[in-house]
Design a protein around this ligand. Structure first.
Ligand code: COA
Length: 258
């Protein structure tokens, strides 16, 4: 199992631990993270959740092998799939979620941060949402939230061109709270999560809901629209070329597509 979980001092920790594949997320890992979030939601002793990765890598995003192995009939959205279960649990949990971005955060590694409440990033991290370069489209509300946070033209850099961005850029854009030295980011995020032990949980819960209320419905609608397109794009020849190129360690060739 490549997800480690545990509860200590009122904080439920979800640690992504598959360093040999740069913390790429498999179906089983999404399932484990969804279950951990549901358990945190149900456990009265848990006041906050901490999501973290490994030194130098937070997550390289969805496992590209899993993307490639989708069978016929999987070209449409499946709200019961583990990735949807995980993101639904993340968006729906009423306890604060703190992220310690220990290193590179790619694809859903960055998208999930948009749905965390407090985000701390290692000074060695890079963030990226390179969906277009993979023949895909943005996912889980990012096409709505990212332009709102950073404006249309900077969102185009990140989502149309897929340019990586620095932890400082993430702070400026309002995606992250602060940049920490790589060796301190997890402890800092944990200390922040532990602060919720001293706050009244009812007021925290209601305030978290209020902070997300204005955009909640639009986010869910956008996720449905993005999800349909994403599922179609996963089966596109453009995506196949991109996935094959990744594993063949070469540049993709999109010159034959129109
Ligand atoms: N899915 C499946 N395998 C992945 C992966 C992913 N998302 N990301 C990395 N891996 C695997 C590599 O294939 C490689 O496996 P191998 O050792 O069997 O060849 C191993 O993890 C190490 O990756 P590598 O690319 O050599 O590490 P790096 O330090 O040079 O680069 C990243 C790290 C994160 C920048 C790079 O791996 C990357 O860009 N990954 C893909 C990101 C991506 O496009 N994600 C999907 C977004 S939707």
């Amino acid at each position: 199992m490549s997800i480690r979980t545990g509860v200590s001092e009122g904080v439920a920790t979800i640690e992504i631990a598959r360093p040999e594949k740069k913390n790429a997320l498999t179906i089983a890992m999404y399932q484990a993270m969804a279950e951990a979030l549901d358990a945190a939601q149900a456990d009265a002793a848990v006041r906050a959740v901490l999501i973290t990765g490994q030194p130098g890598i937070f997550s390289s995003g969805n496992d590209i092998e899993d993307f490639m192995s989708r069978g016929p009939g999987e070209g449409s959205i499946n709200p019961e799939s583990p990735v949807f279960r995980f993101m639904r649990a993340l968006i729906g949990i009423d306890k604060p979620v703190v992220a310690a971005v220990t290193g590179a955060a790619v694809g859903i590694g960055t998208t999930m941060l948009l749905h965390c409440d407090l985000v701390y990033v290692s000074d060695e991290a890079r963030l990226a949402m390179p969906f277009v370069g993979l023949g895909l489209v943005p996912e889980f509300g990012s096409s709505l939230v990212v332009p709102r946070l950073m404006g249309q033209v900077r969102a185009a850099e990140k989502l149309l061109l897929g340019d990586p961005f620095s932890p400082q850029d993430a702070v400026e854009a309002g995606i992250a709270n602060a940049v920490l030295p790589a060796g301190e980011v997890v402890n800092h995020a944990r200390r922040v999560a532990e602060r919720f032990n001293a706050l009244p949980p009812g007021a925290v819960r209601e305030t978290k809901k209020l902070l997300r209320r204005a955009s909640a419905e639009e986010v869910l609608k956008t996720i449905a629209v993005e999800g349909e397109l994403f599922a179609q794009r996963l089966r596109s020849p453009e995506a196949m070329e991109a996935f094959q190129a990744f594993f063949q360690k070469r540049k993709p060739d999109f010159s034959k597509f129109s």
